[in-house]
Design a protein around this ligand. Sequence first.
Ligand SMILES: CC(C)(COP(=O)(O)OP(=O)(O)OC[C@H]1O[C@@H](n2cnc3c(N)ncnc32)[C@H](O)[C@@H]1OP(=O)(O)O)[C@@H](O)C(=O)NCCC(=O)NCCS
Length: 165
Amino acid sequence: MKSSTTEILLEKPENAEAVEELSAIAFGPGRFARTAFRLREGVASIPELSFVLYHQGELIGSVKLTRIKVGEQDSLVLGPLVVKPDFKNCGFGKSLMEKAVEAARGAGESHIILVGDEPYYARFGFEKVPPGNILMPGPVDPHRLLVCYLQESSDAVTGVASRAV
Ligand SMILES: CC(C)(COP(=O)(O)OP(=O)(O)OC[C@H]1O[C@@H](n2cnc3c(N)ncnc32)[C@H](O)[C@@H]1OP(=O)(O)O)[C@@H](O)C(=O)NCCC(=O)NCCS
């Protein structure tokens, strides 16, 4: 990260409005129709695995992990990851991703899935899900459905992705 005035903290309830604003700027109203959103709809993200990034006192980044199921397996979906446009390409997204992945690994989670650009997420250990292995609850470009295995012992994830509750 760029400066010592940058810190990553667990997201608190009072951050919700600022985080939602970042998402609205990044994804617009269409965000509610995205398949990854539908998977998280009505399910709170995991407080211990959702982070905000402050830079010089301003909340400028966020990443969330939410519990889902894939088949019978407990799974996590990552998103949204968002950094305020004025602060792109400063390494803040990287810092948030590293924090989220390490926290999930430390919590003993098996894997994380997400829908996103492999050229960006590969650096954090994400790879394409083999076509057909995970069925999402809506249309997804198969090249953008990615998984990161967190443990040596993680089983390959296959099945229908669904909300955890
Ligand atoms: C994607 C996003 C979170 C990246 O955050 P960031 O803080 O700008 O990223 P970082 O500074 O950690 O990394 C920048 C690097 O990633 C690259 N990068 C950024 N987005 C990329 C993408 N979609 N595909 C490939 N590379 C990408 C940049 O070119 C840069 O490369 P470099 O290190 O070789 O110069 C941010 O651009 C954002 O909020 N975008 C809008 C929301 C979004 O698209 N979220 C992801 C959903 S898939």
